[in-house]
Design a protein around this ligand. Structure first.
Ligand SMILES: Nc1ncnc2c1ncn2[C@@H]1O[C@H](COP(=O)(O)OP(=O)(O)OP(=O)(O)O)[C@@H](O)[C@H]1O
Length: 757
């Protein structure tokens, strides 16, 4: 779906689209001069139209005309295994559409716009009519949470599992023996059975005493096992999200990802935690089987009545299962949207307030809450229907039992105590079946949550290099290496690598960093080339400044040097070695970035500075030394709680200049040989700028530095100035050389001087 959305939204939102025609799903989209684009999406199979969707784009995203997300509506086509041959539209372009068994994806869409430029690069569509080729390129889903993993984790707790199973068996035996004793008790009272009453009461007492004991044992053991499983699943999901490529985070909202860890994992947790009580989960399952067995022993004639009860309830459950799955999914998705919107609103509260956007946010929130309410109501209706039908079946079965059983007792074919026991078991069975139904409903929710998690993180692209680096760090050898090489003192600059750094760092202190014929387009906009063959050498220990107009790709170069993305073509090298050879976590230690809006974590100033070396213990002296070098010590000391002062979310309790200096202290502590300053002083007033600039001068000493600054006066002293434009390098040289050239740089300097004057 992500691919579908990215193809459609990127193209539709650009306003180029008049028609879009996935050969099997044929859509014509009429351009609306307002912000919406409307159209029809037809899902076809073997030339037959299965479904037509009225669709629209809104703020660049694709949804149904009634405002519902397209993804959940298309969901039901999953598993139909439809595919189509290719087709061509009015301008001869080819489009294809594939619905796979596991993942529903539109691999390509035919898009044609009368009057739109016939430039292939505007269309993110491969020019091929071979559907197999598409199918091969469709990302395969790898289920992160699967039966194998859960079974392995559960089996790790063998002892607890054995105790839980034994408690389950004994507890169920106690429960199931109760109606037998009730029957005998009744027979003793009316004198049919000759047995001392106290003996029977003692047995009943023992059963009533032991059942809670076994229940406690079962519940505590099961919860213990499941908490351990959940701990591991939470860890795995968090880790898997964390190691996705940066493009994944461009695609998914923060709320969507955090709700995987909260709402969805909690649904999985509930499947055990909410189902260990009596008449739920395993208890109900064992009671159902036990009761049916006993019923057949008690009365083979009456037991088929109960079988009817069982089959009917199972049928209702199956129906419930089928109908609730998509509703459960939609409900979970609505919740994710709510938390997403709330998170975004609160994070941007100042912007909302300054634009008076409260009303808009409230109305958007209302819309989301309404959608949640609607899906909740739908779930409620389904639940009610399920409950009432189950009851009708039970009452019908009871009536049949009274009529048939009563007749048999009257004719002397059945002992009255047996009928009493039978009726008792009927109630046990009813409660157990009801419990099973509820458990299955929870299971539906949990499976939907598992599916959401697997769909989101299973089809994402893991950053292999980062994953490899993290794996290595977890290894004992690496931990030993870090312990042996950790240096407690803060290095002052070049050539004094702290030892925390791997060979990449050692290489980076002396080797040049080079961009060689680098081409790049962001994965979310693969059709828009940002860099078209850029080559720059950052000489070791020198300062290179990047200048150029807004949107010329300067920050993109920073992103590539940070290895948040990989070049589409060309390469980045360190001392002649392709950087892709190095693990990303090693590379991250070799590069420090200080940008315009440094993000601090919601912890103390001291902890934020220590984050510069997250892989080792940092001493207080080191933190103070770094803060002093970053001109931050005095302001920190003036705060009532000094280095223990909490900085608030994203550092919001500090001023811009203070935040910047804490970030510089953090970078100083990191002591990385490659330094990137992306507009590090541009948002500061002149006093703060001076303080920060002094700190930066210390930080830059001896490091290979890349500076991006709009204010050209701040980059005049750079060893090399590179002027970017049109996806490439326009000019290169020192300040004086470029001025003498009388080219773009000289013009930029002139314009800025005039503006200043
Ligand atoms: N995450 C992203 N996904 C898609 N496109 C992006 C992304 N980030 C930037 N772009 C696009 O890449 C192009 C270059 O942006 P970039 O931020 O590198 O320019 P810049 O030279 O740093 O601009 P400025 O000086 O204004 O910061 C722009 O057209 C921008 O819209």
């Amino acid at each position: 779906m992500a691919l579908l959305n990215s193809i459609l939204s990127s193209t539709l939102s650009r306003g180029l689209v008049e028609k879009f025609n996935p050969a099997a799903g044929n859509a014509s989209v009429a351009q609306n001069p307002c912000r919406h684009t409307f159209g029809v999406l037809e899902v076809q199979s073997r030339g037959r139209t299965l479904r037509r969707f009225q669709i629209q784009t809104k703020f660049g995203a694709l949804e149904l005309r009634n405002g519902k997300p397209l993804s959940s509506s298309l969901e039901k086509w999953r598993g139909k295994s439809m595919r189509s041959s290719s087709g061509s539209g009015p301008d001869g372009r080819v489009g294809q559409f594939a619905v796979r068994r596991k993942s529903l994806l539109i691999s390509a869409a035919y898009i044609s716009a009368p009057g739109a430029p016939a430039d292939p690069q505007y269309y993110p569509l491969p020019e091929t009519s071979d559907l197999n080729e598409f199918e091969n390129n469709i990302p395969q889903r790898e289920n992160l949470i699967n039966g194998g993993l859960i079974a392995r984790l559960v089996l790790e707790e063998k002892q607890s599992l054995a105790i839980a199973l034994l408690s389950l068996i004994f507890g169920t035996t106690c429960t199931l023996s109760m109606p037998i004793f009730s029957g005998r008790f009744f027979e003793t009272l009316i004198g049919v059975r000759k047995q001392p009453l106290y003996g029977l009461l003692l047995k009943l007492f023992t059963v009533y005493l032991m059942e809670p004991v076994f229940t406690v044992l079962f519940v505590t053991r099961m919860i213990r096992i499941w908490e351990k499983v959940m701990k591991e699943l939470r860890f795995q999901v968090f880790q898997r999200i964390l190691i996705q490529k940066v493009a994944f985070f461009d695609e998914h909202k923060v709320g969507e990802l955090t709700s995987l860890l909260s709402t969805d994992l909690n649904s999985i947790k509930d499947i055990v935690n909410e189902n260990v009580s009596r008449d739920r989960g395993f208890r109900s399952l064992s009671e159902v089987f036990g009761t049916v067995g006993i019923l057949f022993v008690l009365s083979p004639e009456l037991a088929p009545v109960m079988s009817f009860l069982m089959i009917s309830i199972a049928g209702i459950v199956a129906l419930y299962k089928r109908t609730t799955m998509p509703v459960f999914k939609a409900h979970g998705l609505s919740m994710a949207r709510i938390s997403d919107l709330a998170g975004e609103t609160f994070a941007a509260i100042r912007t909302v307030r300054s634009f008076g956007g409260e009303r808009r946010q409230i109305s958007m929130f209302q819309k989301q809450v309404l959608a949640y309410q609607e899906s909740g109501n739908k779930l409620g209706l389904l639940k009610a229907a399920n409950e009432s039908w189950t009851r009708v079946v039970v009452y019908v079965a009871l009536m049949a039992l009274y009529i048939l059983g009563g007749t048999k007792v009257k004719s002397g074919q059945l002992a009255v105590g047996r009928l009493v026991s039978f009726i008792g078991y009927t109630f046990t069975l009813t409660f157990a079946m009801q419990g099973l139904v509820n458990t299955l409903a929870d299971l539906r929710g949990a499976l939907a949550a598992v599916d959401r998690i697997n769909t989101l993180v299973g089809t994402g692209k893991v950053d292999e290099s980062l994953a490899r680096g993290l794996e290595l760090e977890n290894s004992e050898d690496h931990a030993k290496f870090i312990r042996e090489n950790s240096n407690e003192s803060l290095s002052d600059g070049a050539g004094t690598a702290s030892g925390q750094c791997s060979t990449v760092c050692e290489l980076a202190w002396t080797g040049n960093v080079a961009l060689e014929d680098v081409h790049f387009a962001y994965p979310s906009r693969p059709d828009a080339m940002v860099l078209r063959g850029i080559s720059i050498v950052l000489k070791a220990g020198t300062v290179t400044a990047l200048v150029g107009s807004s949107g010329s790709g300067k920050s993109t170069i920073v992103q590539l040097l940070s290895r948040f993305y990989e070049p589409t073509k060309g390469r980045i090298t360190l001392a002649g070695e392709d950087v892709r050879k190095f693990d990303k976590s090693d590379w991250a230690r070799a590069v420090s970035i200080v940008n315009q809006e440094p993000v601090l974590f919601a912890m103390s100033i001291g902890e934020n500075i220590a984050y510069g070396a997250p892989f080792r213990k940092v001493s207080e002296e080191e933190i103070i030394k770094a803060a002093k070098a970053a001109n931050a010590h005095d302001f920190i000391e003036s705060l009532p709680e000094g280095y223990d002062t909490m900085v608030g979310e994203r550092g919001s309790l500090l001023s811009g200049g203070q935040r910047q200096r804490v970030a510089i202290a953090r970078a100083l502590l990191k002591n990385a040989p490659i330094l990137i300053l992306d507009e590090a002083t541009s948002s500061l007033d002149s006093v703060s700028e001076r303080l920060v600039q002094d700190a930066l001068d210390i930080l830059m000493k001896g490091r290979t530095t890349l500076v991006i600054a709009h204010r050209l006066s701040t980059v005049q002293a750079a060893h090399q100035i590179v002027v970017c434009g049109h996806g490439g390098v326009l000019e290169k040289g020192t300040h004086l050389e470029l001025l003498a050239k009388e080219g773009t740089y000289a013009n930029l300097v002139r314009t800025q001087t005039m503006t200043f004057e």
